[in-house]
Each structure stands twice: as C-alpha cells, then as structure tokens.
Ligand binder design. Structure first.
Ligand SMILES: NC(=O)c1ccc[n+]([C@@H]2O[C@H](COP(=O)([O-])OP(=O)(O)OC[C@H]3O[C@@H](n4cnc5c(N)ncnc54)[C@H](OP(=O)(O)O)[C@@H]3O)[C@@H](O)[C@H]2O)c1
Length: 292
C-alpha cells in the first residue's frame, strides 16, 4: 500500500500520475475529495481529512508500505519552525504505531549549510523529526522550484517583469516539480532496494541567476522580460500586505539570503542531474500559463 499526502498539490498530483498505472494499491489523504480528478477517485482509496490530524494519519497509515510526506506551505503561520514540527509530529506517532515501512519526505537542498536558512530550516528539522522514529527514510532535497515563477505570470504579462529578493546575478540551482514527482514515485514503488535513512538530491541541469532566467523567459515568450531585485524590507512589507505573517515573510527573506550565500552549492552528493531544463520547462509549462 502506497500512501500519498497532498494529492492535490503540484508534487502530489504528479506523483499520482506516475504511479497510476502500477499494480500497487494507493491511498490518499485529502481534505476535499472532490478536488481529485474523477479518474483518480476511481483509482485510489480516500482517507478524508488533514494529514496533521492524528486520527486521520493513523487511519491512513494502516498497512502502509510507503508514504509520501509533505508539509503544505502556510504563509499565515506565526512560527514556521513550530508549524512544520507540529504538522509532522502526529505523522511520526502514526508511523510508529502503524509500523510504516518507508517514508519519502519533501525537504530542501542545503541541510549541511550550518546557518539559519529561513523557511528552509524547518524542512531540515522535519527530516530530523521523522528520522527519530527509526523508519526507513529518504529526504528528497531540492533547490528552487521552477514553478515558483508561476506565481509571477501576471507580473510577467502586465509589466514584463518578475520580482524576488534574490541578487540578480547569483546563480541558483533549479528543478522542475515533474522531476521531483518522478524521483518520489520511483522510491514509493521500489519495495526492495532501499532501507535505512539517507537523502536524495533532486537538482535540474541548469544553475541560473534570476537575470539568466529572465533572458531565457524572454527568448521563449518572444518579448523582453526583466528581473527586478526587491530590497528585503520592501519585499517583506509587500508580502505582509498580501496577508503573510511577519515570521513567514522574514523566513522568505532569510531563505533568499541563504540562497545568495550559496546554500545550494555545498551539496557534494548530487549523483545525477534531473532531465528537465529551464528552457524546456518554460516552453512546456510557463508559456501555456502565460498564454492562458
Ligand atoms: N518552492 C520551492 O522552491 C521549494 C523548494 C524546496 C522544497 N519545497 C517544499 O515543497 C513543499 C511544497 O510542495 P508543493 O509545491 O507540491 O505544494 P502545493 O502545490 O502548495 O500543495 C499543497 C498541498 O497541501 C494541501 N494543503 C494545504 N494546506 C493544508 C492543510 N492545512 N492541511 C492539509 N493539507 C493541506 C493542499 O491541498 P488542498 O487541495 O486541500 O488545498 C495541496 O494538496 C513545501 O513543503 C516546501 O517546503 C519548496
């Protein structure tokens, strides 16, 4: 039995697509089952509720061979570290009580950075918490999701620009969520070859600065697109105007600072780069979103 949390999220949804044709039984934890496609509702068993609820995860993890674990972003959280750990604690109890065999967690690249890293630090603490249960565990470690740029499609359309607090010329490792889902699905389906606790880096072929991204986006959209770095204070104030908690907004800024200090560059164990290049992602995902 494979259990997938967040089956309606961008990673969870693609994981389900990858495992759809397998012979494995699949169970999902979902708050609103009507958000699953009809095809998916027929294929999977549904446990309704939130995966931070002990009753829900206890039921969902019964007889589970492998679980995909992911803490949903919560921009209203007043304390991101507590939020990640409180969200994960019930699952850790259920992993033990239900004897789950394997867990794959969505985390971040940069575990060995050694300094506070804003919103990335809670993901590293989540890894530690899950590992304490003793379960066989793979932490998926990713850099900057290309999909983060989908939040900026309106600005790209209306202003020909996109904005982040990151330095324009500092190169960031990137990855596409389809490649994260592919890596997760392979681990979920593999009942034989992995045990113990380790990490798997999921890093795309391109390290790109925001200015590099702007050049490639311009090429694909056939119009000039520019990157604008926003000073930290201004970025934080804007995010809070949109309803983000102060702590989450600060976490974003601190994460960008860690990225500009090379948090993604210390990873010595990237065995193999994933296939989706940034230009391919722009052609296949960003451009259709821009044209929609
Ligand atoms: N963005 C990056 O560059 C980056 C880099 C490294 C790691 N990460 C990690 O990637 C993860 C995000 O993955 P994603 O992009 O696939 O997420 P996503 O698309 O935002 O999906 C969030 C999922 O969580 C569910 N959800 C939201 N709030 C919930 C709640 N309170 N209780 C239960 N379920 C809830 C949503 O379901 P509903 O349909 O019910 O709303 C949805 O299925 C985060 O843990 C983040 O730390 C991100």
């Amino acid at each position: 039995m494979i259990v997938v949390a967040t089956p309606t999220g961008q990673i969870g949804q693609q994981v389900l697509d990858y495992i759809f044709d397998s012979n494995e039984a699949v169970r999902v934890i979902v708050r609103d089952p009507s958000r699953l496609s009809p095809r998916m509702r027929e294929r999977v068993e549904v446990v309704q509720g939130s995966h931070d609820d002990i009753a829900v995860v206890t039921k969902a993890f019964e007889g589970a061979d492998s679980v995909l674990w992911l803490v949903p972003p919560n921009p209203q959280a007043e304390d991101p570290m507590n939020y990640y750990l409180n969200f994960t604690q019930p699952a850790c109890e259920a992993i033990k009580s239900q004897g789950v065999k394997r867990v794959i967690g969505v985390s971040s690249l940069g575990y060995d950075f050694g300094s506070p890293a804003g919103l990335l630090s809670p993901a590293f603490a989540m890894d530690d918490l899950i590992e304490k249960t003793g379960v066989n565990y793979r932490s998926l470690r990713m850099p900057f999701f290309m999909e983060n740029l989908l939040h900026q499609v309106n600005a790209i359309k209306s202003q020909g620009m996109f904005y982040m607090p990151n330095a324009g010329d500092y190169k960031l490792a990137t990855c596409a969520t389809r490649d994260i889902a592919d890596a997760a699905a392979k681990l979920l389906l593999d009942n034989n070859t992995w045990t113990g606790q380790d990490s798997v880096s999921v890093v795309g072929p391109d390290d790109l600065s925001p200015n590099d991204m702007a050049r490639i986006i311009s090429q694909v959209l056939e119009r000039p697109i520019r990157y604008q770095q926003i000073p930290s204070k201004e970025y934080k104030a804007t995010m809070m105007q949109y309803g983000m908690s102060e702590a989450w907004a600060q976490g974003l800024i601190d994460m960008a600072a860690a990225q500009d200090q090379g948090i993604y560059n210390n990873e010595s164990r990237i065995a193999q780069r994933t296939p989706t290049s940034f230009i391919q992602w722009c052609e296949e995902v960003l451009k259709p979103a821009f044209q929609a």
